[in-house]
Design a protein around this ligand. Sequence first.
Ligand SMILES: [Zn+2]
Length: 186
Amino acid sequence: MIDLGLSLGVMVFSVVVTLCLVLFLNQISKKSGNLIIKADALHYKIDLFSNLAVIISLLIIKFSGFVMIDAIFGIVISGYIAQSAINLGKDAFGILLDHAASPEVTEGIIKMIKAKERISDFHYLNTRQSANTIFLTLHLVFDKDISLYDAHEVADSLEAEIREKFRDYSWQITTHLDPYNDKEGK
Ligand SMILES: [Zn+2]
């Protein structure tokens, strides 16, 4: 015979404590983007769901005698664990594998280039993101009469603006200063 009162008391206490921990870890993982904390939050979230499932099964078994509910909850929760673990694994792979920067970043950069009066055109804009670092290469086309000094100033200020606007990333920027559009020929 299950001692329902004691079991429920322990489970409810455990649920409350775990809930606090999950909320705390979720907040930190959102702020920091740290995957290990996210994984830990998932671990405690699973504990939380398991404990809730145990409470509900205890009540259902007590009042209906339907003992299969225990196994049903077990299957549902293990499915949730598997799905969450796969998603977490995908996130981790995404960080390990290099990929292009997000469209928001690329569009933001293009907007900043277009806002620069002395830059007439650009091409070969390439981004590659590895973990939190974005490698950016691009060619900036200036009027051919601009001094190298001035063109360099404009390119430098563009770089500073990019770093400032997307300061969550660390940047490796290489700009090539063109006196004409060498992509299309002279
Ligand atoms: Zn070029």
